[in-house]
Write a protein that binds this ligand. Structure first.
Ligand code: HEM
Length: 207
């Protein structure tokens, strides 16, 4: 039997996605180095404490810029609808292995959509608050109380982003055949039929 493939991502989107992933790991590891003294050893990956401190905001900024391109090409496909609320209600059963009651899914399921918005909101908060204490460039524009709140929100948003990426990567590996969507740009037809039947129907309608 010959397996047919459907295109899920363009080359440019995939290259940008992996650039964002790389910048995420760089920004997260350098950021964790300042989070707690027990994690300071991570700064050696970037050439020591001073270099980690200098590079961290630039790597974070590049991650946000790359993500902005992903966001503007994908936000429409990630809008929640009534079927998504149904999906969330039945998700606990699916996690126990019973997929029977799950509603038909389009390009993304509700779990992917929630992770997408968690990425978007946490990155926006990281961007805005990061500027508020980026020393020596912008820090003097903001009063100390605002800067203290910004540091706290920055740390909480970073934790949310890191947890969301863990869920994202786990799901990408857990649902077999998904990784090739971002490595090759294509998925198999049986994968699409099983996991995203409405998207599969849309992609094959003309044939
Ligand atoms: C090693 C790390 C990562 C792996 C293995 C990975 C893997 C994947 C895979 C396989 C897909 C395709 C899913 C599908 O089409 O159903 C995907 C989509 C996506 N990834 Fe990643 N990813 C990683 C890191 C990241 C990071 C750090 C971000 C952003 C902060 C990100 C943002 C996205 C977005 C926005 C999509 C489109 C899916 C959607 O809109 O829900 N990824 N990723």
């Amino acid at each position: 039997m010959t397996i047919r493939y459907l295109r899920r991502y363009r080359d440019g989107t995939r290259m940008n996605h992996w650039f964002v992933a790389l910048m995420f790991f760089a920004a997260a590891l350098s950021g964790l180095a300042f989070f707690h003294p027990s994690l300071f050893f991570l700064s050696t990956l970037f050439g020591g404490g001073q270099w980690a401190r200098i590079l961290h905001p630039f790597m974070g900024l590049l991650m946000v810029l790359g993500f902005a391109f992903l966001f503007f090409t994908m936000w429409r496909d990630n809008l929640m609808n009534a079927a998504d609320r149904d999906w969330i209600r039945h998700a606990p059963k699916m996690l126990q292995g019973d997929k029977g009651a799950m509603p038909a899914v389009g390009k993304y399921n509700a779990g992917q959509k929630l992770v997408f918005w968690a990425f978007g909101i946490s990155l926006l908060l990281l961007l805005v608050t990061g500027f508020m204490f980026w020393s020596p460039w912008f820090v003097d524009f903001f009063p100390i109380l605002l800067r203290r709140i910004a540091v706290l929100v920055h740390a909480v948003a970073a934790v949310v982003l890191i947890l969301s990426v863990i869920v994202h990567v786990y799901a990408a590996i857990w649902v077999k055949g998904t990784l090739r969507a971002m490595t090759r740009g294509t998925v198999t037809e049986p994968w699409a039929e099983l996991n995203h039947p409405l998207w599969h129907r849309k992609m094959t309608r003309r044939e």
